[in-house]
Design a protein around this ligand. Structure first.
Ligand SMILES: Cc1cc2nc3c(=O)[nH]c(=O)nc-3n(C[C@H](O)[C@H](O)[C@H](O)COP(=O)(O)OP(=O)(O)OC[C@H]3O[C@@H](n4cnc5c(N)ncnc54)[C@H](O)[C@@H]3O)c2cc1C
Length: 394
């Protein structure tokens, strides 16, 4: 078994590191002001050749696989110290485009070329004010009407609302209860009856909003149905690109926190010596490094499990995301501690990295939900029911 990266993968990693560095000095401002000129970031990432990494060439993509996506995004998280420069990669080759790959030829031709080339960005909208982990209870609906579909409902915590042009939106079809009724449609930002707002202010992952969507009798053509009812497992497998992206953030940010701790303790002196010379410090750095190696192996395994380069397997990506989410919080906290008082000032980036990784924990599935998924794969003969005994599945 060969764990080394190919020359092409190393070259991609190097290019991504350099690209991320371009944005490092802006990350604090985006965080402080909770604003970003996202169009400029997107245009620059398109220019640097990071869009459509995993998408087929016929749509303007680069025909790469999920491992290329992981390598590039982890390097950008690490060098930029920010989540924002990876959003163009997320929207042009992440879960939105992966979901669209499941659509009809007509739908793919209609949207993928613009998405893949960064002309239109695609967000994903599952969560609702009353339902996050329990996706099978979604209340947003799609009802048939004269050869079209009428969509109603509310969504919450949707990353990139207002900035994205397209929204891959999970809805319940024709009132069919439970997972069997859930499918995905594409909404366009300017469709009548579709509104959005910035939603609550977040402590981390700031700059772009994680806002709300309101859908009031939004009429969409039949062709905008990516997958109707009866395909829950399949659409959730496309959503696993979201979990891979989140895994990549845990890896890249853990590396960034390690880099910051190593640099700080090398130049900071106490008791007449560089802080890194104390055994407590270099043992902490060694532990951080070992944990990062384990994170990386699980992350690479999850990426390598992807079918057709777009669909990571649930077990692998859940394990990688769960381990990464928990490990990176310990690493960033330890890095803060190694910075002393400076670690909790806004002058050093490690506090922002910590706020970002805490914010990422539940996005794409909380640790408990990931454990549920892992356990159900490990014990396929068991039925781990999550529903209340007399719950209404509607
Ligand atoms: C930074 C950020 C970005 C996000 N971006 C998006 C986005 O772009 N699109 C989108 O659709 N959503 C997005 N989300 C929403 C995210 O996916 C949800 O927050 C997440 O799925 C959890 O749902 P919830 O917040 O409703 O929590 P709840 O489902 O209410 O969970 C609350 C607690 O209950 C626990 N719990 C629930 N059910 C079970 C169970 N069966 N067993 C054990 N424990 C359980 C959970 O683990 C959690 O600890 C984002 C969230 C964040 C924080």
């Amino acid at each position: 078994m060969d764990f080394s990266l190919s020359p092409e993968q190393l070259e991609l990693q190097e290019r991504a590191t350099i690209a991320g560095l371009e944005f490092r000095d802006e990350a604090a401002k985006w965080d402080r002001e909770d604003r970003v000129d996202y169009r400029r970031v997107l245009a620059r990432m398109v220019e640097l050749g990071f869009c459509g990494l995993t998408m087929p060439k016929e749509f303007g993509g680069q025909d790469g696989d999920a491992l290329s996506y992981l390598i590039a995004t982890a390097a950008i998280f690490r060098s930029s110290r920010s989540w924002i420069p990876n959003e163009p990669l997320f929207s042009t080759s992440g879960p939105g485009p992966a979901l669209l790959m499941l659509g009809s030829d007509t739908l793919r031709q209609k949207y993928l070329p613009d998405i893949v080339q960064g002309a239109k960005s695609c967000a994903i909208a599952l969560t609702e004010p009353n339902h996050g982990s329990d996706l099978t209870y979604l209340e947003s609906t799609a009802e048939p009407h004269g050869g079209e579909w009428v969509v109603n409902g509310d969504k919450a915590f949707i990353t990139g609302v207002l900035e994205n042009e397209l929204y891959a939106t999970f809805v319940r079809f024709s009132g069919i209860p439970g997972a069997a009724g859930v499918g995905v449609v594409i909404l366009e930002r300017d469709m009548p009856g579709f509104t959005m707002d910035r939603g609550p202010e977040f402590v981390g992952d700031r700059g772009l909003p994680h806002g709300t969507m309101q859908m009031r009798n939004v009429v969409i053509p039949e062709e905008n149905v990516i997958r109707g009812p009866g395909h829950f497992a399949e659409v959730m497998r496309s959503f696993n690109m979201e979990r891979l992206h989140n895994t990549s953030a845990s890896l890249g940010f853990a590396e960034a926190a390690y880099d910051e701790a190593a640099a700080y303790t090398s130049q900071r002196h106490a008791f007449g010596r560089p802080v890194i010379e104390f055994q407590a410090t270099y043992h902490s750095l060694a532990d951080m490094w070992v944990t990062i190696q384990a994170q990386r192996l699980l992350a690479y395994q999850a990426a390598a499990s992807a079918v057709d380069g777009h669909f990571p397997q649930l077990l692998d990506v859940s394990a990688a995301k769960l381990f990464g989410n928990l490990a990176v919080v310990d690493i960033t906290l330890k890095s803060i501690e190694l910075h002393g008082g400076n670690g909790v000032t806004m002058d050093y980036p490690v506090q922002r990295i910590h706020r970002d990784v805490v914010s990422n924990i539940v996005a794409g599935g909380s640790p408990s939900i990931l454990r549920n998924g892992i356990a159900s794969q490990l014990f396929p003969d068991q039925r781990f029911r999550q529903t209340a005994p007399r719950a209404n599945m509607g």
